[in-house]
Design a protein around this ligand. Structure first.
Ligand code: NAD
Length: 454
């Protein structure tokens, strides 16, 4: 049994902190405390709950630089990304706070009376977060769940508990009730599993690997526990010959190198129409070479290290020895570094072309026509994101409608926005996060009929 987790700086391998691991019994005690806090929270006037969440957002803003620096240290994120991530938490809290007074039921016309619906909080929600975007992904579940009147127990990833713990302290400082938002660092198969199994936890929001997501789904079935899953992707970047090839090639590297490729939306399958293939690759070589890889705390750096030695070995395992392609450079010495890597001449059904690598590795595959592009784009179990480059508006819309994925962008690699819905088709997930319906996902709808003829 592991009693504490060692948090390492992935760029230097230095020990940053040791964090006690929460036991299953401690999770049980936390659930009981959260349930009591939730009742207090739900009984507050909506405007008061909204005000407290806005105060929480203000504190996140005031501490954004410290949160960002902490994320650079524990997760190896570039400083620019980490600043965006802290700001994303602030914005999510503000956006969710704006929904508290707007979370209304309906009045539905019926004969013989009045029919109304209530949107009631679920109770205690468990958020199980991964290490690739520790702050934003924690907040995607936490902010709307709190706004809808729930308590939240957040289980951060073993490697990245520090920003989550910092956020919990800010919530208390903002005046949120004690125990309403608790962070439970620990092992997935201990603290995470205890949350999943506990009868007092009404919903689980999980982001991570498909393997663990499927296990959690099976365990939630025992209690018909509510569940949102975000399980990653293998997203296509489809470049048609009629696109602005220069722009497509210039944008391609950071669409899979951002966060060292540890991004569920990374466009790691570059599908290029055969007539533009050679030109695209010619332009891609300098574009990959120009990406600045190195010290994540340097503001000019675009790509940092991988999160851990385990992840480095996993990524290495996907890249066939002697494969053709383009390699960027990466620091040598301490740290979990892997260079930007673009592979060519790979079979479309090879593991590196169909499975989520979660590292700075992409494959380039040629296609013939529109139908072939859609077929290749859909030839994985994933369906999270994708990009389509073309100057033909009709084609952009046809392909957007045909590809089975939840988040597509045309002539851009659009980032996730907190006010638009996000989630996956197929094995990329279940349910949607963010966007205008985010709060509703943390409620039960109750229908009440009031007879008026008695
Ligand atoms: P993981 O699925 O093991 O971990 C994600 C979270 O789930 C962590 O907080 C972990 O502690 C927890 N967890 C693990 N086992 C659990 C269990 N039995 N019950 C409850 N919670 C549990 O992911 P990983 O091993 O850290 O990464 C492996 C691969 O998963 C990556 O290489 C990548 O392909 C994928 N991944 C995807 C995402 C994403 O954004 N979709 C995020 C992280 C990892």
């Amino acid at each position: 049994m592991i009693h504490e987790h060692r948090v390492l700086n992935p760029a230097t391998e230095e020990l940053v902190a040791t964090v006690p691991a929460t036991s299953a019994a401690e999770v049980g005690a936390a659930v009981a405390r959260a349930a009591a806090a939730q009742r207090t929270w739900a009984a507050l006037a909506p405007a008061d709950r909204a005000r407290l969440l806005r105060r929480f957002a203000v504190l996140v803003d005031e501490h954004a630089e410290r949160l960002a620096r902490l994320e650079v240290t524990e997760a190896g994120h570039t400083l620019g990304n980490a600043r965006w991530e802290a700001a994303n938490v602030r914005d999510l809290l503000d956006y969710a706070a704006g929904g508290v007074e707007r979370l209304t039921g309906r009045q539905i016309p019926v004969p013989g009376g009045i029919d109304i619906t209530f949107l009631e909080p679920l109770g205690v929600v468990g958020v199980i977060a991964p290490w690739n975007f520790p702050m934003p992904i924690a907040a995607w579940g936490t902010a709307p769940a709190l706004a809808a009147g729930n308590a939240v127990l957040l289980k951060p990833a073993e490697t990245t508990p520090l920003t989550a713990q910092y956020l919990a302290r800010l919530a208390l400082d903002a005046g949120l009730p004690e125990h309403l938002f608790q962070v439970l660092p620990g092992a997935g198969d201990v603290a995470g599993d205890a949350l999943v199994r506990h009868p007092g936890v009404a919903k689980i929001v999980f982001t991570g690997s498909a393997r663990v997501g499927k296990q959690i789904m099976a365990r939630c079935a025992d209690r018909v526990k509510r569940l949102t899953l975000e399980l990653g992707g293998k997203s296509p970047n489809i470049v048609f010959a009629d696109a602005d090839i220069e722009a497509a090639a210039a944008a391609a590297p950071m669409s899979f190198l951002d966060n060292a490729g540890q991004d569920c939306c990374a466009r790691t399958r570059v599908l290029v129409q055969r007539s533009a293939y050679d030109r695209f690759l010619e332009l891609l070589v300098p574009a990959v070479a120009s990406v600045v890889v190195g010290d994540p705390s340097d503001e000019r750096t675009q790509m940092g290290p991988l999160i851990s030695l385990a992840q480095l070995e996993r990524v290495r395992g996907f890249v066939p020895d002697g494969a053709d392609g383009i390699r960027g450079s990466a620091p040598t010495g301490p740290g979990f570094w892997f260079p930007p890597t673009v592979l060519t001449g790979i079979a479309p059904d090879a593991p590196v072309a169909t499975e989520e690598v979660f590292g700075p590795v992409a494959v380039v595959l040629p296609f013939e026509d529109e139908a072939d592009a859609v077929r290749l784009a859909d030839a994985t179990d994933h369906g999270l994101a994708g990009s389509i480059w073309t100057r033909d508006v009709g084609r952009a819309l046809r392909v957007s409608q045909a590809v089975r994925a939840g988040n597509l962008s045309v002539n851009s690699h659009s980032a996730v926005r907190y006010w638009t819905p996000f989630g996956g088709y197929k094995q990329s997930g279940l349910g949607r996060e963010l966007g205008p319906d985010a709060l509703a996902a943390f409620t039960e709808t109750k229908n009440v009929f009031i007879g008026t003829e008695a």
